[in-house]
Design a protein around this ligand. Structure first.
Ligand SMILES: Nc1nc2c(c(=O)[nH]1)N[C@H]1C(S)=C(S)[C@@H](COP(=O)(O)OP(=O)(O)OC[C@H]3O[C@@H](n4cnc5c(=O)[nH]c(N)nc54)[C@H](O)[C@@H]3O)O[C@H]1N2
Ligand SMILES: Nc1nc2c(c(=O)[nH]1)N[C@H]1C(S)=C(S)[C@@H](COP(=O)(O)OP(=O)(O)OC[C@H]3O[C@@H](n4cnc5c(=O)[nH]c(N)nc54)[C@H](O)[C@@H]3O)O[C@H]1N2
Ligand SMILES: [Mo]
Length: 761
């Protein structure tokens, strides 16, 4: 890793403000963005423009002239770099050599320009042509059992490419369709669905304008979804109280200077966002939320005794929920001492949070990776839903449960059929539209795929985007196994470390980014995406592509499918590739309730809302009602406390998009210059005899559950305001510490937020 010893100064400015504008101009410079790139930004997230490929936050119908944020601008400018990673680059460097490069340095090489094939004899990627590559990959696909091949997606490809990719997988013969969601919000897809019947959030923008309290858990908007800060600012200014649960005091949840408001920028006075900031320990949300519920119930008991208005909504509970009595008994029987120990919060703090809930009429729960990436993560989501259900806070204006999704179209990819679970695939429609019998067995989640890689049963891999070998747990065992695959294929924009682990045969298929013009036989094409609020929009790129050899993701999927599959009168890959409106017609016919008239509706301002049953209090759960759940654990970490054991949280810095490292500045946390750091509570440093800047090694401590030694060394310790026993550091550098089997119990989402570790000096 590049960089000098970090110099952590407390960042004393609010999120947003001049810092974010400086961040953009630094990135414009560093990314070597091509001419006109800043003008392209003006089209971002506008009707008739293209949709940002960074986060999945909603694009409003009446956008601001600059409807983008620091990090969305970074993502776009980085896509539009003038640097080119050409065949000559690969002549100069062997793959073994590139494997040793820093992720940031690989990224700086810029956009891939030509289709490339790995030549094992030379250990180099060499130039090839599309037709030769498609034919060779098709031959590999035909030579193996389809069930031994996995098709991964990373969450950026539009609905058109995603729909066809899922169809291709099933026509070929498997449901091995994991996507980045399997490391991310799969806990929501499974856990939220279990309790309210909806795998996605129930809120719309209108709800954010009408809530009077927000419970905000385990999500870092300042870095990961900055456009939400505008909504939080408006809410705070209306008097809406924001109660935060997070082990770190994240700037973006505390104060915000809106770069789109000239007066605020000049005067520099920030809007305070949080009403209460509760530094819960990793996984402590189950206990914390139970404590909040305990106070809400105590306030309801008082109200009943006094004959005043109830805090709970008994009619809603009666008509719409199941499991209330068992949960209430659990709440009453759980003592404050257990709650305090498991959450690392005091009774007084939790009672104050309970009072906010009890005195609010419209409450929204928002959450991110701090809840989903835990062994009992689905139970944390269950507890948040329990709290909301107590006063009927789902399915009415100003209320609801809102997971903040990651990649810009990760939610939409699931919606149109990218799923390893057969029960979620549109099996009947596939039969009707394509005479297709969907393979019956569930396919691989990401964790299952890695398991199959490790036991040698997975032979082939196609990645529609992503940097999967770096995003997954257990790098030390996964990386050697990755190279044992018969073949690996990457549809990608930039060269990354996963590409440095070629299978016996391997191809790089370079694609357009969303801001680039996608010209096909019938003319310039649009694609579509779905945001966290289930709105679907059209997106048109107008930039000249980075190279004349690039193809769109949709065209690449069609090219592969056409080469690999038998011909069939209803499998019209050429027609679909020529005109994406035809693919959207297929999406509309496959999912008519949600996507009818898709071609017309997706370009209306704000896109179209595809609906959500729980939003309308229709509960598609086993019981037909919203379910109160009774947790089996009070802390979401899978491995509890022991002397000398810490719980490590892996985080994103302000200068990265997942495994894409833009630079070494984590501005909002005041950490500059290095990513090989570990944050530690000053009192814990004293107790361990560790001084600031000391280099340590972390070793995973799984109570002897397997014989693997997992270590990362060379980490400089920095003092940081954290709960006792908590450490924090960066993803993906710390991924070698996460055991593959350490994942959410329902969904298999890796538990990257509460990793049990020991410090080795
Ligand atoms: N700029 C930028 N934007 C991004 C991304 C990016 O890398 N860069 N990634 C995208 C993707 S794919 C995703 S999924 C999202 C991720 O966005 P987030 O959901 O914000 O994910 P993380 O950065 O992992 O941060 C999780 C937050 O949870 C807190 N936390 C950790 N453990 C716990 C816990 O046990 N309880 C609670 N209550 N809090 C906890 C951490 O301190 C941190 O503030 O962002 C998307 N947007
Ligand atoms: N320890 C730990 N591990 C984690 C997490 C964590 O918080 N902690 N977070 C998890 C989460 S939430 C996620 S989503 C995953 C992320 O996992 P991935 O989605 O697999 O990773 P990314 O870093 O987003 O992928 C970046 C690569 O995608 C390619 N790319 C970029 N743009 C495009 C495009 O438009 N089209 C195509 N085809 N390719 C493109 C580029 O080659 C780039 O190098 O990581 C997970 N892993
Ligand atoms: Mo994600």
């Amino acid at each position: 890793m590049a960089g000098t010893l970090p110099d952590p100064k407390e960042y004393d400015h609010a999120s947003g403000g001049w810092g974010s504008l400086k961040g953009i101009s630094r990135i414009e410079h560093n990314s070597r963005a091509g001419p006109g790139a800043l003008d392209t930004l003006r089209e971002q997230n506008k009707p008739g423009g293209y949709m940002c490929s960074s986060c999945a936050w909603v694009k409003p119908p009446n956008p601001h002239p600059f409807e983008f944020c620091e990090n969305g601008a970074k993502a776009t400018l980085w896509d539009l770099t003038s640097n080119r990673c050409t065949p000559e680059f690969f002549v100069r460097h062997t793959v073994s050599n590139l494997r040793e490069w820093d992720a940031h340095d690989l990224e700086m090489e810029g956009r891939l320009t030509h289709p490339m094939r790995y030549d094992a004899a030379q250990d180099r990627y060499v130039e090839t042509t599309w037709d030769v590559a498609f034919a060779a990959i098709a031959a590999k696909l035909r030579a193996v059992d389809p069930k031994a091949v996995t098709f991964y997606t990373s969450g950026k490809a539009g609905l058109e490419a995603s729909y066809l990719y899922a169809l291709f997988a099933r026509m070929y013969g498997h449901n091995n369709l994991p996507d980045s969601s399997n490391m991310c919000h799969e806990t929501t897809s499974v856990g939220l669905k279990k309790v309210i019947g909806s795998p996605v959030g129930t809120c719309t923008l209108d709800d954010l304008d009408h809530c009077d309290a927000i419970f905000y858990l385990g999500q870092n908007p300042g870095t990961n979804s900055p456009r939400i800060l505008h909504n939080l600012q408006k809410a705070a200014e209306r008097g809406c109280r924001i109660v935060v649960f997070n082990p770190l005091r994240e700037k973006g949840l505390m104060e915000f200077v809106n770069p789109q408001r000239p007066v605020q920028m000049t005067v520099g006075s920030a809007t305070k966002l949080d009403h209460l900031y509760l530094q819960v320990r990793p996984g402590g949300d189950i206990a914390a939320l139970l404590g909040v519920c305990k106070q809400v119930i105590a306030r309801d008991d008082e109200a009943q005794a006094e004959g005043s208005a109830r805090v709970l909504d008994p009619d809603f509970i009666d008509q719409h929920t199941d499991g209330f009595d068992a949960f209430i008994a659990r709440v009453r029987n759980t003592g404050w001492d257990e709650i305090e120990r498991n959450s690392c919060l005091t009774r007084t703090e939790l009672e104050a949070a309970g009072d906010v809930y009890a005195t609010s009429t419209r409450v929204i729960g928002i959450y991110g990776m701090g809840l989903t990436q835990h062994v009992h993560g689905s139970q944390s989501i269950g507890l948040l839903v329990n709290l909301l259900l107590l006063s009927g806070n789902i399915g009415r204006r100003g209320a609801g449960c809102s997971p903040i999704r990651g990649h810009s179209n990760v939610q939409g990819q699931r919606t149109v059929g990218i799923t390893e679970k057969v029960e979620l695939a549109p099996v009947e429609k596939y039969r009707e539209l394509f005479d297709l019998e969907t393979p019956r067995e569930d396919g691989h989640t990401t964790v299952d795929f890695i398991g199959a890689l490790l036991d040698g049963s997975n032979k082939g891999y196609i990645g529609l985007g992503g940097n999967l070998a770096m995003a997954v747990p257990d790098h030390d065992s996964v990386h050697p196994a990755w190279r044992e695959m018969d073949f690996t294929v990457h549809i990608a924009t930039k060269f990354n470390h996963t590409h440095c682990l070629p299978g016996k045969e391997s191809w790089l298929l370079p694609c357009l980014v969303r801001a680039e013009e996608d010209m096909q036989e019938s003319g310039s094409q649009q694609v579509s995406v779905e945001d966290s609020f289930s709105h679907v929009y059209g997106s048109i790129g107008r930039r000249q592509p980075a190279s004349e050899h690039l193809r769109s993701e949709t065209a690449i999927v069609c090219g592969l499918a056409k080469a690999a599959l038998p011909s069939h009168p209803k499998w019209r890959w050429d027609e679909w590739e020529a005109d994406y409106a035809r693919i959207r017609d297929l999406i509309a016919r496959t999912f008519p309730d949600e996507f009818h008239d898709m071609n017309e509706r997706m370009n209306q301002p704000g896109g179209f809302y595809r609906g959500n049953p729980a939003h309308d209090r229709v509960w598609k759960t086993d019981s037909g009602k919203a379910e109160f759940t009774d947790p089996t654990a009070l802390n979401a970490c899978g491995i509890g406390d022991a002397p000398g054991r810490f719980h490590l949280v892996t985080l994103r810095s302000n200068d990265q998009f997942n495994t894409t490292i833009y630079g070494h500045s984590d501005r909002l946390r005041g950490i500059e210059g290095s990513r090989m750091i570990v944050l530690m509570r000053p009192e814990d440093m004293v107790a361990q005899g560790i001084e600031e800047g000391r280099q340590i090694t972390l070793e995973t401590d799984v109570d002897g559950r397997d014989g693997n030694v997992r270590r990362v060394g060379g980490l400089a310790v920095l003092p940081y305001d954290l709960p006792k026993g908590t450490l924090a550091g960066y993803f993906p550098e710390l991924n070698p510490l996460v055991p593959l089997w350490y994942h959410d119990e329902l969904s298999k989402t890796p538990a990257s937020k509460g990793i049990p570790v020991r410090i080795r000096l």
